[in-house]
Design a protein around this ligand. Structure first.
Ligand SMILES: [Fe+2]
Ligand SMILES: [Fe+2]
Length: 235
């Protein structure tokens, strides 16, 4: 029997949190600098871009979860659901990575870049989160705004025939409950919806830490299946 795809939430691609103070400006400036580097390095190689950037995107959730977990242990207090949310974000980003390695294969140079960037980014983001969790979440919110734009451009590449619309990998069909005949286009749509969700969650956390009301509703997350044991073990 053919499996039917779960509905894919619509994404508002125009959401942008205008910076309100110097920390927000720093977060946005840092994000735009990294965007320029990524555009220069990858140009329109969206599959390769996704692989390298998803190895970075999966770091902040785990750092935030770790630091909040330790804080709650020290203060013996509740976490308001932050730790689980951040761990789910990290796992979700890792599934983006596991999906895109089925579609594009990283070059040796890209693997070396991933190694170097992970060392630097993990340590730097950990330090930043300790100093200003609010700025850290704002940076992630801006990263995710850029991710939504990048995946929208990837969709354009597919729709205009410059990237082949290959069948969706099995891991993606399982994780996002996609139909048996789902394609790369469907995968990019659900990944983009995930990124929009992360965008709003992280801007919301930054606002909460700043004592400000949230500016937008949180974009819905596409339904995810539990990971299969074999996939959980993949490094
Ligand atoms: Fe991602
Ligand atoms: Fe994301």
């Amino acid at each position: 029997m053919t499996q039917l795809s779960a509905p894919i939430p619509l994404v508002d691609t125009a959401v942008h949190h205008a910076p309100r103070d110097v920390r927000d400006h720093i977060a946005l400036g840092f994000t735009k600098t990294l965007r320029f580097c990524a555009d220069t390095f990858f140009a329109k190689r969206y599959g390769h871009r996704a692989i390298v950037l998803e190895t970075v995107a999966a770091v902040p959730g785990m750092v935030g979860a770790t630091i909040n977990h330790l804080k709650c242990l020290r203060r013996m207090c509740g976490d308001n659901g932050w730790i689980r949310t951040l761990m789910e974000e990290a796992e979700n980003e890792r599934m983006h990575l596991m999906t895109f390695v089925e579609i594009a294969k990283p070059t040796l140079f890209e693997r070396l870049v991933i190694l170097g960037v992970q060392w630097v980014f993990y340590v730097a983001f950990f330090g930043l989160y300790l100093v200003s969790a609010r700025t850290a979440h704002r940076i992630v919110g801006y990263f995710e705004e850029e991710a939504v734009i990048s995946y929208t451009l990837y969709l354009q590449e597919i729709d205009e025939g410059r990237s082949p619309n290959v069948p969706a990998p099995e891991i993606a069909r399982h994780y996002w409950k996609l139909a048996d005949d789902a394609t790369l286009r469907d995968v990019v749509l659900v990944v983009r919806a995930d990124e929009a969700h992360h965008r709003d969650v992280n801007h919301g956390f930054a606002d909460e830490l700043a004592g400000l009301p949230m500016r937008t509703a949180i974009a819905p997350c596409p339904p995810h299946n539990e990971l299969q044991p074999a996939w959980k073990q993949v490094a």
